[in-house]
Ligand binder design. Structure first.
Ligand code: PAF
Length: 280
């Protein structure tokens, strides 16, 4: 059955009140829609441990850097609802814009530290937009748990930090990245790649995994990064914003594998900004 779509905060609150009275837990899966298997894996993770699951769909204008990117972001509400139908989700919260940012809205949530590398400097204001909307969704829903993909690893760290710092009583869970057979991380933006672009993008993850294997064998990162950047240019990537080896705990830069790490990339192909990261 297609889950009911709620557009007003009052309706979400009424549902939540009912579940709270019965002592039942709520899991939240925040999304911007254009759902793919990655999102559905978050729904499955939520269903496994929560009595009720609400998926939110809100294309949050505050986190986009360019009006063009916001305008081009896929909006596929009917298809999204149909994809969720088999999962027994309790409701889809698709708030009208004024339910998130009412007239005169003046409050933002901004974080230091974890936002100051990678996506932070490359997308000014992005994490402020993410932290603000996610804080609102947490507070509006009163959810017990929330589920985010590790594909946006830095976002996951930002959300965890924000919830902890603001004492929002919610457990934030990161779920593994879901990938195409090629290794390409699933993303709503992939649908904007040309067929040839999709093929090229499929080479990104195997290249990073090969470099990770060399790091595990003791190699330094600097020459590996040079080689990977060269390969990406040869493949036709238009720009590489960052290709970093960083500590998995605090995102500090690393020169070799001396503690648990992740390798992160943001690169442009076909005019589409792709990001990925892997555990090393
Ligand atoms: O990852 C996303 O889709 C968005 O950044 C999120 C967490 C739903 C906030 O708008």
């Amino acid at each position: 059955m297609t889950p009911p779509i709620l557009r007003r905060l009052d309706d979400l609150r009424a549902l939540r009140r009912d579940w709270t009275q019965k002592g039942e837990s709520l899991g939240l899966v925040p999304t911007m829609g254009a759902l793919h298997a990655g999102h559905l894996s978050l729904v499955e993770a939520a269903k496994a441990v929560c009595d009720h699951v609400v998926v939110t769909i809100f294309v949050n204008p505050l986190q986009f850097n360019s009006p063009e990117d916001l305008a081009n972001y896929p909006r596929t509400e009917h298809e999204d609802a149909a994809k969720l139908a088999p999962y027994g989700v309790d409701a889809i919260y698709v708030p009208d814009p004024d339910q998130i940012y009412p007239q005169g809205y003046a409050t933002t949530v901004s974080l230091s530290g974890v936002t100051e590398v990678m996506e932070g400097p490359n997308r000014p204001g992005h994490f402020e937009g993410v932290a603000t909307v996610v804080a609102k969704l947490f507070l509006q829903s009163g959810a017990d748990r929330a589920f985010f993909g590790e594909k946006d690893y830095q976002q996951l760290m930002v959300v965890k930090r924000m919830a902890r710092d603001l004492d929002i009583p919610i457990e934030v869970t990161g779920c593994p990245t879901v990938r195409e057979a090629s290794g390409l991380a699933m993303s709503s933006r992939n649908m904007r790649l040309s067929p040839q672009g999709l093929e090229v993008a499929g080479q990104l993850n195997p290249m990073m995994e090969a470099a990770a294997a060399q790091l595990r064998a003791g190699a330094d990162y600097a020459p590996l990064e040079v080689g990977m950047r060269r390969k990406l240019a040869e493949l036709g990537f238009e720009d590489v914003e960052y290709l970093d080896l960083r500590c998995a705990e605090d995102l500090s830069a690393m020169a070799r594998l001396d503690r648990p790490a992740r390798m992160f990339v943001a690169a442009w192909l076909d005019g589409v900004r792709l990001i990925d990261n892997i555990a090393v």
